[in-house]
Design a protein around this ligand. Structure first.
Ligand code: FEO
Ligand code: CA
Ligand code: CA
Length: 704
């Protein structure tokens, strides 16, 4: 999702204000419709975390006095001492790398998987890929997902058609390969939110029609789609598979599981036992589990509810506001009116799990993972097979969480194994992160200038919030911890972060990468000041933290961390690219979605690179060796779009193109983008596959 909101409008014709390179400060960031329809203009309201949560230094002092022996940095030493680490990775963990020092010369070749010709930053109304690469649109808003669904007709859309078609604004994308010759996959996309003024001609926000509301509800949710890749051409297309393909919308039934299922806090007049809910909303990022299911995070769900009580701290902390909602769903379904159904909102803001291989298995909302503005959830396994879910709460000054399952994953594809593994996220321990820096606070001046020890780095701990029916938060029951997780984290002194988006464990090294997308309020009067884990005031371009769990154990309760990237214009002295030569990197802003390729390279999709006056895109990032910290733009998305949900395999990449043409003043009468279908068409959010053209025009290996 996107914030900050625009500093100034960009014209709907997409014309940049100046020629490239366009890295002047103060250019527009995300545009107005996306701000309004995705997160309810969150950034134009006060950040909901007004808790007097302590400055981390105070918290650390108390923790140190409580524990006695633990020195700041001790965790780091342990982490770096873990066996088998690449030397440079271990150095990063200790913060003893030559941070800030550029290598003598860039290597002749980038690492395996990143050997493509860097795409020049641009403002084109196109998906731009490296020379020698090809692309095709796999699926776009309105394309049939379910066999029998009608072809898309922008001028005559219906709720029934939309419920069988690909939804709007696909964000996360996950793939699992189907058994067989290896060409077919189940693709999971989520549909974060709708932009009604771009979906309907003459849309009246004050008086949406019932049909428009119903179409909007059906355009939310999730899609499971069978896709097939032609190994001869590289193209990927949809297969209308009756068995697997399905849509979940704002009206589909989900079941609750975990310790808060059945809680009085989840009961409503339609569901007096608090165990089922209609719909999933504002799904942002997600994850593919080692047991073959898909996870998705319900994020800015506050905006769908009307009638909040401004005096109710539970409403305020979750960003709920009085008055009507933007989409007016409460006019059709009173459950979206807090005054009429006060607990309905408690049934949104969870991590959902879908088993793509078992259409009969009900989709689940996992209460054990807490309720907040979930960006997504990604899984690492402990050595003994327990599942650890890493999660970010995407709000200014909110927190990073993890969950450690009680049970171990069962290997194999048997029905028994699948059923068991679908319960892994039902019982375990929920933690929130507290970060501590190792440099004097006075050295964190808010500009991004590295402190004297050469790194933004330090240690941290995972603070227990609840396990099963046991609460570790004074004054809150376990059920309250799960349903009002933000308040629970406030009480234990979690560290206020700059909008935690994807939190992604490296599949080989186990290091965990955190995308902190931006926070224009950092350091403002009355707000949290810059600190070592969030070192820039008015953080417009975001940063990426590398976190190493103690002993490389995902279940550890302490960790070390360092900042890998301080994003922005490389010419800005406040940006930092892992110590790599900044003249050799692509500019990058607002890191959002993270993924790894089979070679261990990090890939970052951005949201709001418009803050640099360039289109968003997908960047490859080297993590090891002399090119560590080098960012190279691999693909850029059309004007007004956000790049989401990257999947990078050895053979192809997938990107999700969200809200193309979302510029101020755009409408169906005056579209700001004609992507993907060209002249005379309306812009349509889509999934795109990209591959390298190899010998004899056959597909080659990606990134080589
Ligand atoms: Fe929907 Fe946090 O981005
Ligand atoms: Ca996101
Ligand atoms: Ca430091």
């Amino acid at each position: 999702m996107a914030q900050p909101c625009p500093d100034e409008p960009r014209p709907a014709d997409g014309t940049p204000a100046a020629g490239l390179p366009l890295f002047s400060p103060g250019r527009p960031a995300r545009q107005g419709l996306t701000c309004l329809y995705r997160c309810g203009n969150a950034c134009s309201h006060e950040a909901p975390n007004t808790s007097p949560n302590e400055y981390f230094g105070q918290v650390l002092s108390r923790a140190l006095s409580r524990r006695g022996a633990l020195r700041a940095g001790a965790v780091l030493t342990l982490a770096a001492g873990a066996a088998g680490l690449p030397a440079d990775t271990a150095e990063a963990a200790t913060g003893t790398s030559a941070a800030g020092a550029a290598p003598a010369a860039p290597p002749a070749r980038p690492p395996r998987g990143l050997e493509y010709e860097t795409v020049a930053p641009n403002t084109a109304d196109a998906v731009t890929v490296p020379a020698g690469y090809a692309q095709n649109v796999v699926i776009r808003w309105g394309d049939p997902v379910v066999p029998g669904a009608p072809a898309f007709d922008f001028e005559n859309q219906t709720p029934e058609a939309q419920a069988g078609q690909f939804g709007y604004n696909n964000d996360f994308c996950g793939l699992v390969q189907l058994p067989g010759p290896g060409r077919r996959y189940l693709m999971f996309s989520n549909h974060e939110y709708t932009i009604e003024p771009l979906m309907f001609r003459g849309y009246d926000p004050a008086n949406p029609t019932d049909e428009q509301i119903r179409i909007g509800m059906a355009a939310h949710g999730l899609s499971v789609v069978t896709v097939e890749r032609d190994r001869r051409t590289g193209r990927m297309t949809v297969v209308l598979d009756e068995r697997h393909n399905r849509r979940y919308t704002a009206s589909s039934e989900f079941v609750f599981d975990g310790p808060a299922a059945g809680s009085a806090l989840l009961r409503t007049s339609a569901d007096p036992i608090g165990r089922t809910v209609l719909g999933t909303l504002n799904n942002c990022s997600g994850g593919v589990t080692p047991w073959g299911t898909f996870l998705s995070g319900e994020e800015n769900v506050n905006q769908y509810f009307a009638g909040a009580d401004p005096a109710d701290p539970r409403h305020k902390r979750y960003g709920l506001r009085p008055g009507p909602s933007e989409r007016k769903w409460e006019r059709l379904e009173p459950r979206f009116d807090l005054a009429k159904e006060p607990n309905e909102v408690n049934r949104f803001g969870w991590v959902v799990e879908v088993d793509p291989q078992d259409p009969q298995a009900p989709p689940v909302k996992h209460t054990a993972l807490g309720r907040f503005k979930h960006e997504g959830a990604t899984i690492a396994l402990t050595r003994d097979g327990r599942a650890v879910a890493y999660m970010g709460d995407d709000e200014r000054f909110d927190y990073v969480y993890k969950f450690v399952s009680d049970a171990r994953m069962m290997r194999g594809e048997s029905r028994r194994a699948r059923e068991h593994n679908r319960t892994l996220l039902s019982a375990g321990t929920l933690y929130v992160a507290k970060f501590s820096g190792d440099s004097p606070a006075a050295e964190i001046d808010g500009t991004g200038t590295l402190p004297a020890d050469g790194a933004f780095d330090g240690s941290g701990e995972w603070i227990r919030l609840a396990q099963g029916s046991t609460s570790f938060v004074e004054g809150m029951s376990a059920e309250e911890v799960y349903v009002y997780t933000r308040q629970a984290a406030d009480r234990v002194g979690a560290t206020k972060m700059d909008r935690p988006e994807d939190v992604e464990p490296h599949p080989r090294t186990g290091s965990v990468y955190l995308a902190l997308t931006n926070n224009s309020d950092r350091g403002k009067a009355g707000k949290a000041a810059p600190d070592e884990p969030n070192p820039r005031a008015g953080n417009k371009h975001g940063h990426v933290i590398e976190l190493i769990e103690r002993d490389r154990d995902p279940a550890a309760t302490t960790f070390g961390w360092s900042i890998l990237l301080v994003c922005g214009d490389p010419n800005d002295p406040g940006s930092y690219f892992g110590g790599y030569d900044k003249s050799q990197v692509s500019p990058i802003s607002s890191p959002d979605n993270l993924a790894f390729d089979p070679y261990g390279n990090l890939w970052i999709a951005t949201d709001s690179t418009q803050a640099l006056s360039i289109n968003d895109g997908l960047y490859g990032v080297s993590l090891e060796g002399p090119t560590r910290g080098r960012t190279t733009l691999f693909a850029s998305v059309p004007i007004g779009a956000e790049c989401c949900g990257p999947v990078v395999t050895g053979d192809f990449a997938l990107i999700s193109v969200q809200h193309p043409g979302d510029l101020d003043g755009a409408s169906p009468q005056a579209p700001a983008s004609r992507w993907p279908d060209g002249p005379g068409s309306q812009p349509r959010p889509s999934v795109v596959t990209i591959w390298r053209i190899g010998r004899n025009d056959r597909p080659g290996r990606i990134g080589q």
